[in-house]
Every structure is written in structure tokens, then in C-alpha cells.
Design a protein around this ligand. Structure first.
Ligand code: NAP
Ligand code: MG
Length: 501
């Protein structure tokens, strides 16, 4: 298939958007990179170029940060009355809703994912989350504190706290849920009154840039949101060391997260890190397999396994092993593989050649280390980055495929013998992002959930995300939360005020 064939049914709006090189958004203006450079964004279903995008680097980041700084220090945003700030955010959510089909198509084209899923999941949650956060500005309050100063017993004091925006925020996001990550980052920052410089992933800049257009249409004050596409080691790195940036919020790999924490330490930035995972899905001996088998399949194969909390390690008791493996293989072998622009295809390409090579390398490594190849394992077609849903059976903790995040449609199935050991097996990883347990016994839920060292634990489901539920990692999966009211807290400073009467 060629890109012309893959894109023949695209809407007029998407065609128009990709008909000319996309630019950088700084201070409400779209411009080329200062260097004049561009990079290609690729259609993963064909490997061909969709459109060229301005390649921002440290010079553009500097301009963007200065615009965000001026907007924060001197502009109307941070001090705006909360109802007005809410109205801007609702206007943005309304525009995203009006353009939801366009955003979904653009996401499917740039990332490769299923367009119907993108509409129902990525884009809908992105919209819902801006709305959820739009409700907060009027509800950000401090406390009144009863004071009793021991060394001034005769004086009267009034103490209270003010919640204030942290300032200029640099936001760096990955390519697996580009529009959703953009919303997760922008929502709480804007609700808190911060100004933003956002760098989308080089693989998938298009929906963030489209949302940038909508932000301009919604009439946000200049410089409140600046969007600089470019590479991580240039544009991203410049953001993490910029003296005028107060906070970095990052979603991406643990490896890059560590670099960013170190880089941000020099200027002591406030940092939030949403990092990688190797999340366990644990089938307990009493599980309802009618739910657990399709559930475990979807836990790993959703979004081609390119999900930070994907159920990539599946724990199955000896007694159910053969039945689960057989059921899982049936699901994997029946999934339709093809371009995400056709909504019937439930297995879509991986995002890039790099990711394709990485995942194929892991499959080879798993087989070489002695795993059973139960299903999949191959490339599909000779164009684009398609990999069959893959099941590796009889894996163990020594294997690289079990220890490292693969970030592809590859599940490592491990047997266990004793229900009392399963939580410690599940915790045997440097990561702690998500986990699921599959059981009908409430006693199992009460016993096992507290033992799991992970930021989200699902029972009889996996990968369920909701705007009200905080999402983030334990251990090397990071710190700080996206979504829920805790996401807002990460963008607020607390100021203590003391008045002596
Ligand atoms: P990545 O390679 O870490 O990249 C993430 C972002 O960081 C990209 O925008 C990247 O830019 C940028 N970057 C790279 N090097 C940088 C540097 N030295 N300084 C500043 N920025 C830099 O991750 P990815 O491959 O895009 O995404 C997959 C990873 O994200 C997985 O590990 C996944 O688990 C994790 N993830 C976590 C969550 C969560 O909420 N915990 C959610 C989604 C994904 P370029 O790509 O443009 O070079
Ligand atoms: Mg792309």
C-alpha cells in the first residue's frame, strides 16, 4: 500500500492540514524554525512521508520560553479571574469536540493507530479531561490556619495559605497517545494558571499542532501555550535546562526521564515524571476465564502494546496454564491486521522503523532465551511497521523480555504455583505503573491489592483510564500524577501568609 492509497478517504480538513509544512507556535504566531530546518513525519502504515514539520531547537525553545515567561509575569493569564479562565478552557474543549473526527483521523495517520479507537478513547478522553480541568479554577483554595505562636503569646495572628501557579512549565510528551498526552499536560497547567512550552514527540507532532490551532481559535492570550516540535536531544534538552522554566512535566521512557531529572537539577526545577512500565496481569485460580482471557489479550494488544501500563507480564497458575494459553492464542490469531485508517483493523503498525526493529529484536531474544513462541512473532507485509500479536510462553524472570519494557504487542506469560507468591513475582521489576488481578473472590482483592507496588491496580479489567482517577507510577515508573485532582496539585505552589494584628 502507498500513502496515497492509505489516505484516499481522509477528510478535507485533514488533507488541508497536511498539504503544507507545519510550523512552530510561539506567542500566538506560527513560524518556521529559526534554523529553517524541517523534519519529516511518517505514516507508519506505509513508511512514507505525510508532511514536513518545522524542526525547533534551542533557539526556538528560548523564544518560546521567553514568550511563556512574559505571558506568565506580565500577561493576563495567571491573574485572570477563575471563571474567565474556565471559559477559555471550555471553549477549547468545545472546539476539540467539534474537530474530534479530524483529530482522530490525524492521530490515526501520524501514529498508525485505529481511527475509531482514537476517536472513542484518545480524543474523547482528551476532550473530557480539558472539561474536567476547566471545572477546577473556581475551586482552587488554600486553608485558614489557627495559629498559636509560642514566642509571641500576646500577639494575634492570622495565618492562611494561597495556592499559586508554579509558573512557566516545559512539557515533553511521547508518541503513543499524542493528543491525549497533550491534554493530560495542558489541562492542569492551564487550570492552575501556568503558561506552557510543549514539545511533542518527533514521531507524532500533528495532533498537538492541530490543538495549537484550536487554542489560537479559542482566543487564549498570546504566549500562554507555545508548541515547539523538534527532537528530544535538542529542543527537549534545551527546555530542561532553561533558567526561566519553573517546572518540567515529562512523559516518556525511564531512560530519558533520568536524563531529564539530572538536567533539571541544576536549576532545581519542580519535576513530574510519568515513565515506563512492565505491568503484570495476574490471573488467579478462581478467575472467570471468559473475562480474563479476552481481558489479558486486550491488556497487551491494545494500541499494539505501545501503552505504558500494558499488561506485558501475564501470570497464570499452573492449573489454568494450557487453557489460558490456548484462549489467548485464539484471540491473537484472529485479530485483523492492517492500516489504522480502516477501523476494522485492530492490529495496526508500530509507530516507527526504530520501534519495529526494537520489538522484533526482543521477540528474537525471547526465543533465543528459551521462551515458547505460542503465537505471532513475525512481520506482516513488506511495507509499514506491522508486527503480529505475539505470545511468549513459559518465560521467567531471568529473561530480557521479562525484565525490560518492550513497548510492542508481545506478552510474556509466566506460570506460578502458589497464590501467596504471586504478588512478589509481580513486584519483581524496577517498574511500578499498573497491574491487574483477575478473580471472583473479594478476599483475594483485599489481600493482594495492597501488596502490589504500582500506581494503578485494576480488578477484572486493565488499561481503564478515567479523568477523575490519578495516574502515575511507583518505583522507576516515576513520580507525580496525571489526571484527577492530584494532577492539578502538581502545578500549584503553596504560599503561607501570616498577618499580625
Ligand atoms: P522517549 O524516547 O523517552 O521520548 C519521550 C519524549 O522525550 C519525546 O518527546 C522525546 O523527543 C523527548 N526526549 C528524548 N530525549 C530527550 C532529552 N535528552 N531531553 C529532553 N527530552 C527528550 O519515549 P517514547 O519512546 O516517545 O515513548 C515511550 C515511553 O513512554 C515508554 O517508556 C512508555 O512507557 C512511556 N510512557 C509513559 C506514560 C506514563 O504515563 N507513565 C505514558 C505514555 C508513555 P523525540 O522523540 O522527539 O526525540
Ligand atoms: Mg508519524
Amino acid at each position: 500500500m502507498t500513502i496515497a492509497e492509505n489516505t484516499e478517504n481522509l477528510s478535507e480538513k485533514v488533507r488541508d492540514f497536511i498539504s503544507s509544512p507545519r510550523k512552530i507556535l510561539i506567542n500566538g504566531q506560527w513560524s518556521d524554525a529559526a534554523s529553517g530546518k524541517t523534519f519529516d513525519t511518517i505514516d507508519p502504515a506505509t513508511g512514507e512521508v505525510i508532511v514536513k514539520v518545522a524542526e525547533g531547537d534551542s533557539v526556538d525553545i528560548d523564544r518560546a520560553v521567553k514568550a511563556a515567561r512574559a505571558a506568565f509575569d506580565d500577561g493576563p493569564w495567571s491573574g485572570m479571574n477563575p471563571t474567565t479562565r474556565e471559559r477559555y478552557m471550555h471553549r477549547l474543549a468545545d472546539l476539540m469536540e467539534e474537530n474530534a473526527d479530524t483529530l482522530a483521523e490525524l492521530e490515526a495517520l501520524d501514529n498508525g493507530k485505529n481511527v475509531a479507537v482514537a476517536r472513542a478513547v484518545d480524543i474523547q478522553i482528551a476532550i473530557d479531561f480539558i472539561r474536567y480541568m476547566a471545572g477546577w479554577p473556581t475551586k482552587i483554595t488554600g486553608d485558614i490556619l489557627p495559629m498559636s505562636v509560642p514566642y509571641a503569646p500576646d500577639a494575634k495572628f492570622m495565618g492562611y495559605t494561597l495556592k499559586e501557579p508554579v509558573g512557566v512549565v516545559g512539557q515533553i510528551i511521547p508518541w503513543n497517545f499524542p493528543a491525549l498526552m497533550c491534554s493530560w499536560k495542558l489541562g492542569p497547567a492551564l487550570a492552575a494558571g501556568c503558561t506552557v512550552v510543549l514539545k511533542p514527540a518527533e514521531e507524532t507532532p500533528l495532533t498537538a499542532l492541530y490543538i495549537g490551532e484550536l487554542i489560537c481559535q479559542a482566543g487564549f492570550p498570546e504566549g500562554v501555550v507555545n508548541i515547539v516540535p523538534g527532537y528530544g536531544h535538542t529542543a527537549g534538552a534545551a527546555l530542561t535546562v532553561h533558567e526561566q522554566v519553573d517546572k518540567i512535566s515529562f512523559t516518556g521512557s525511564t531512560e530519558v526521564g533520568k536524563l531529564i531529572v539530572k538536567a533539571a537539577a541544576d536549576t532545581m526545577k519542580n519535576v513530574t515524571m510519568e515513565l515506563g512500565g512492565k505491568s503484570p496481569a495476574i490471573i488467579l485460580p478462581d478467575a472467570d476465564l471468559e473475562i480474563a482471557i479476552p481481558g489479558a489479550a486486550s491488556a497487551i494488544f491494545f494500541n499494539q502494546g505501545q501503552v505504558c501500563c500494558a499488561g506485558s507480564r501475564l501470570f497464570v497458575p499452573d492449573s489454568l496454564y494450557d487453557q489460558v494459553i490456548e484462549g489467548l492464542a485464539e484471540v491473537a490469531n484472529s485479530m485483523k491486521i492492517g492500516s489504522g485508517l480502516n477501523p476494522e483493523n485492530m492490529v495496526n503498525p508500530l509507530v516507527s522503523q526504530v520501534q519495529f526493529d526494537r520489538v522484533m529484536g526482543y521477540i528474537k531474544s525471547g526465543c533465543a532465551e528459551g521462551a515458547d513462541l505460542i503465537a505471532g512473532g513475525n512481520r506482516r507485509g513488506d511495507k509499514g511497521y506491522f508486527i503480529e500479536p505475539t505470545i511468549l510462553g513459559n518465560t521467567n524472570r531471568e529473561m530480557k523480555v521479562v525484565r525490560e519494557e518492550i513497548f510492542g504487542p508481545v506478552v510474556c506469560v509466566q506460570r506460578y504455583h502458589d497464590i501467596d507468591e504471586v504478588a512478589s513475582l509481580a513486584n519483581d521489576t524496577i517498574y511500578g505503573l499498573g497491574a491487574s488481578i483477575w478473580t471472583r473472590d473479594v478476599g483475594n482483592i483485599i489481600n493482594i491489592v495492597p501488596k502490589i507496588r504500582a500506581g494503578s491496580v485494576w480488578v477484572n479489567c486493565h488499561n481503564i483510564l478515567d479523568v477523575v482517577m490519578p495516574f502515575g507510577g511507583y518505583k522507576q515508573s516515576g513520580f507525580g500524577k496525571d489526571m484527577g485532582k492530584e494532577a492539578l496539585a502538581a502545578y500549584l505552589e503553596t504560599k503561607s501568609v501570616c498577618i499580625m494584628a
